[in-house]
Design a binder for this molecule. Structure first.
Ligand code: NAD
Length: 551
């Protein structure tokens, strides 16, 4: 009988699979479930509410077994966390093809998904959980750092010093918020209803202190703000209660956002239910729990809008809380914007997005060497240099050592080829896995997040992520995934991912050059098509071919 047990990816230079492409998939699947990395490894849950790496333990064992014997011209097919076939392909083909949580349009809702999940027919893949390229909270840290830097630039003269941010959710992704704010020199109050989430972020040095009460949190925050000293403060409680309370107290909050697991109403704690009873209550009466969670979210969002009315900078951080509050009947839910149209879209137009890599050797020295390579490759990029330096000093690795930074079209391929050369020369101890979040410039259709308020109104057009997955397969990625739901929930997004392995061979170099050019190229063409000027100039300057602009 296979069941929960501690999982840890093997380290070192000896693959147990027949090649490094397969070994990389094997190690990254296991790494996603490493207790240092995953939020609830016993349940195979990596992050984001119920985002899983495998459907069940039997499927996990079957994938591990299959990856160990998979040949260089074979491809394993994964249907929502379960291996369903091995097919003969060819060496340029991905070793693994993954489809997670996809349902036909009219059926794509939580109710139907849960019914199928209960029958053991599907699982929730989130973005990088079911596609095996989650690297712990660091993965989101850099994007969150960039977002708060953009908030600082837009509203506070380029720094968050002297400001107080209020947010909630210190889980796998949300746990990056306190460090991202303090890296921008600000003060932040973070509410979470799970004491373990607060303790864990303190242990990992993402969060500085825990307050005893809301009053205490506010006192610590205002003192630090007055001294323009960065400080992150965790406070235990339900955001649907504490955020309205802070508004009623007239708390001097400058920025408000939220990263509770609002995309999944069964993962958001309604008021009136104790945290300890949450799992039972959700299991016993999912429909009743959903209604209560949505009502609480409506109160939470109403208070966020109240802060906006009082002059604060307020944004939705990609968890669909506005959509859920609207479902509960709150009609001003969309009074504040999502973070992508507010801060990130100009970066997407340049093909920029969350480029990440992990050292399969397990040796942190390999990441230090790749950090240096990034600094050498892009000496003119000051914010990148600042990030890489701070990350080197402050980021605690979870699982296999890894790094993330945002790179654009014409940059990712250079970095990837350099890493491959470093593996080939022996400078790095073992191959490097290069992937990204599905939250990227040309890989997602998500009208409440990445494609909210597109210039041409094309928010819900989902041909782009499908093309993205296909182009990555055609370009030689090591594994490619196509998911539904992700960070915003069932019925609200379709997105694709790719991971490509730099194993030091010339073949890997060829694949990397194509994949890491074409994948961000999708971001450029998607935004050219939607009419963004920045994307038009990037395409013109960097020779991205767009047939409708030719002739
Ligand atoms: P998670 O499930 O690991 O953590 C969620 C946290 O919220 C938990 O610690 C939980 O205790 C807390 N929580 C739930 N209800 C609460 C309430 N009422 N009051 C206070 N705390 C409450 O999830 P995660 O991986 O951190 O992701 C958080 C959300 O952000 C998800 O909806 C995810 O889809 C979304 N997300 C956004 C981005 C982005 O780029 N902005 C990226 C990934 C995920």
């Amino acid at each position: 009988m296979s069941g929960p047990r501690p999982v840890r990816a093997p380290r070192g230079i000896e693959p147990s699979a027949l090649g490094w492409q397969q070994e990389a998939a094997l190690r990254m699947l296991q790494n996603n479930l490493d207790p240092e990395v995953a939020e609830h490894p016993d349940k195979l849950v990596v992050y984001g509410g119920t985002g899983k790496a495998a459907r069940d333990w039997r499927s996990f064992d079957a994938m591990v077994r299959t990856l160990r014997t998979l040949k260089q011209d074979e491809t394993m097919l994964v249907q929502s966390g379960r291996p369903v076939g091995v097919m003969q392909t060819h060496e340029w083909a991905p070793r693994v093809l993954i489809a997670n949580s996809n349902l036909v349009g009219d059926w794509a809702n939580w109710e139907e998904f849960r019914r199928l999940e209960a029958l053991g027919l599907t699982m929730y893949g989130q973005m990088t959980a079911g596609s095996w390229i989650y690297i712990g909270t660091q993965g989101i840290l850099q994007g969150t750092y960039e977002t708060f830097a953009a908030v600082a630039a837009k509203k506070f003269g380029g720094t968050l010093a002297g400001t107080i941010t209020l947010t909630a959710g210190l889980g796998g992704m949300g746990g990056a918020q306190p460090l991202a704010v303090t890296m921008n020199d600000g003060v932040v109050i973070c509410v979470d209803c799970d004491p373990r989430a607060i303790d864990r972020r303190i242990e990992h040095r993402y969060l500085d202190v825990k307050a005893d009460s809301l009053d205490h949190a506010l006192q610590l925050a205002t003192e630090a703000r007055d001294r323009r000293k960065p400080l992150s403060i965790g406070v235990l409680g339900n955001a649907a209660e504490l955020v309205p309370q802070l508004l009623a107290m007239g708390a001097p909050i400058d920025i408000v956002t939220d990263q509770t697991s609002a995309h999944d109403p069964l993962a958001y704690l309604p008021t009136g239910i104790a945290f300890e009873d949450m799992a039972d209550a959700a299991a016993k009466d999912p429909a009743g729990f959903t209604t209560r969670a949505r009502e609480s979210m409506a109160r939470h969002v109403e208070a966020m809008v109240g802060f906006q009315d009082a002059g604060a900078e307020v944004f939705d951080y990609g968890n669909s809380i506005r959509g859920e509050a609207q479902l509960a009947g709150y009609d001003r839910a969309f009074a504040f914007p999502g973070f992508v149209p507010a801060y990130i879209r100009p970066l997407f137009c340049e093909g920029k997005g969350p480029f990440r890599w992990a050292a399969l050797s397990g040796d942190p020295a390999d990441i230090a060497k790749t950090d240096k390579a990034i600094l050498d490759l892009f000496p003119e990029n000051e914010s990148l240099a600042r990030w890489i330096k701070m990350a080197g000093e402050r980021v605690h690795f979870q699982g296999l050592p890894a790094r993330i930074c945002w790179l654009g079209y014409g940059e990712r391929d250079k970095a990837g080829e350099r890493f491959n050369d470093m593996v080939a020369s022996g400078e790095l101890a073992a191959p490097i896995v290069i992937g990204r979040d599905h939250l990227d410039c040309g890989s997602v259709a998500s009208p409440y997040r990445e494609t909210e308020a597109m210039l041409d109104g094309s928010d819900a057009i989902a041909d782009w992520p499908l093309l993205n997955a296909m182009v990555n397969v055609a370009s030689g990625a090591s594994w490619v995934s196509l998911h539904h739901g992700g960070g915003v929930g069932m019925g609200r997004s379709i997105h694709a991912g790719q991971v490509t392995v730099a194993d030091g061979t010339p073949l890997a170099g060829e694949k990397i050059r194509r994949v890491l050019t074409n994948d961000p190229g999708m971001g450029v063409i998607r935004h050219v098509d939607a009419g963004y000027d920045i994307a038009e100039s990037v395409a013109a300057e960097r020779d991205v071919r767009v047939p409708m602009r030719e002739g």
